[in-house]
Design a protein around this ligand. Structure first.
Ligand code: CA
Ligand code: CA
Length: 430
């Protein structure tokens, strides 16, 4: 992009700018839902409550039944992969995951999750199919991996929402450009003997995890580049919007608008820029920033930019960001049990999620019979850079032999208003 062009597009576009604190105008005038290329899962944290809200899910499969369609949808954030099945009153929903997409009958990564809606809850059965199991007949075995689900039926439709924790499934990696094999199915309350589709395992398809989705219009490439996608409450979210005219002709547009998806529309700025003309081959770039409130709820959300052409067409680009706590903390007690007289180093591992330094205190507590063996119970920390990780060490050497058993270890991490309690179990003896 050359300088003269940049100047011109900025001058044209800046004829009128409206910057509003709340996105109510934006939320009240939704255009037709944009359609995105299939095969992608956009980062976004749904509420697992059995209610499908606007903008909560991106549908990836639709199967017709006599009573209405069965829909499959997915999303993800740094903690969970999420799936939704919606259809006519359901007696059960089933989800198949071939995590590494190396074949349903191949490897140890093949999961079948069955959810049975109940009056006010949902029963979850998670099973794994392992080709390494000695007997194929018993290879589908029940596993406890902490899958959560919620389900509700209203107006003749059942919604089943499922959260699968990152640490629950072998080989599940939640990051952009990861491929996961997924398919969904359901049985209807009116005919529980039949599954839609007949065998969902035959329809497992690779879905690509992404944090940007664009429904461009012919001749225009749209992009919404968020500078730091992992932010803490109170931080400024900054991004650049790009619209490139890839056609051979000048392109007239009425306006473009940047704001948050419905759930966060009132928590971020809404920016609307009046239209102009974009020369052939040229790119418009527009900066946007918004100060997230200190009370911003945690989770992954989507920013939206809509580009309205003079001929009535609309391009939409969605881009996600995740609101996380100021720090991540975990307890590392070392590997395996310790002998009753040996020394062990324990660590409280802290990662700074803020875009500036954080200071705080870690307190470690052991049961009375072990407490005298600790070299200290408190450590101060100061982590300078974003994403930097420190390991606060605590040395444990029993003063006298300790009886074998399991001992609870508690660590308290505090930094400003933030406090977090971590629990773990130290095993002494075998
Ligand atoms: Ca929901
Ligand atoms: Ca597999």
């Amino acid at each position: 992009m050359n300088r003269s062009h940049k100047f011109r597009t900025f001058r044209l576009a800046s004829l009128a700018i409206a910057l509003m604190a709340a996105g109510s105008a934006y939320a009240q005038a939704p255009s037709a839902s944009p359609s995105f290329a299939p095969g992608f899962i956009l980062e976004r944290s749904p509420n697992i409550d059995g209610v499908r809200e606007a903008d909560e899910w991106t549908v990836f499969s639709t199967v017709k039944t006599g009573d209405g369609d069965v829909l499959g949808a997915a999303s993800w954030d740094s903690d969970n992969l999420y799936l939704m099945v919606e259809g006519p009153v359901l007696s059960s929903a089933v989800v198949y995951l071939d995590v590494k997409m190396d074949g349903w009958l191949n490897g140890t990564d093949n999961y079948q999750i069955t959810v049975t809606p109940n009056a006010d809850k949902a029963d979850v059965l998670t099973e794994v199919y392992s080709s390494d199991a000695p007997s194929p007949a018993t290879a589908l075995t029940k596993v406890a991996v902490g899958v959560r689900a919620a389900s509700r039926t209203s107006d003749g439709r059942t919604v089943v929402e499922i959260a699968i924790p990152r640490d629950g499934l072998a080989d599940l990696k939640l990051a952009p450009r990861t491929k996961v094999g997924v398919s969904c199915g359901a049985t209807l309350a009116s005919d529980p003997g039949k599954t839609y589709p007949a065998d969902p395992r035959e329809r497992i398809e690779p879905l690509l995890l992404v944090n940007e989705l664009s429904s461009g219009v012919d001749g225009v490439n749209l992009e919404l580049r968020i500078r730091d996608r992992r932010v803490v409450p109170g931080q400024t979210l900054s991004l650049d919007f790009f619209a490139k005219n890839t056609s051979e002709l000048p392109l007239k547009y009425n306006n473009f608008a940047i704001g948050g998806e419905a759930r966060v529309a009132d928590l971020v700025n809404y920016l609307r820029v009046r239209g102009g003309e974009l020369e052939a081959g040229k790119t418009l770039k527009w900066g946007y920033s918004t100060d997230l409130p200190q009370t911003m709820p945690l989770g992954a959300y989507v920013m939206e930019a809509r580009f309205n052409l003079a001929d009535g067409r609309q391009g939409t680009v969605l881009s996600s960001f995740e609101v996380v706590e100021v720090l991540d903390a975990s307890l590392d007690l070392g590997n395996g049990p310790i002998s009753p007289i040996s020394e062990r180093k324990m660590f409280v591992v802290i990662r700074n999620n803020k875009n500036r330094s954080i200071k705080g205190t870690v307190t470690l507590k052991l049961p009375a019979e072990l407490a005298s063996g600790l070299d200290r119970t408190e450590a101060k920390f100061w982590i300078q850079a974003e994403n930097e990780v420190i390991r606060a060490p605590f040395k444990f050497k029993p003063k006298e032999p300790v009886a074998a058993g399991h001992y609870p270890v508690t660590a308290e991490v505090s930094s400003g208003d933030f406090t977090r309690t971590l629990d773990a179990v130290l095993q002494v003896g075998r």
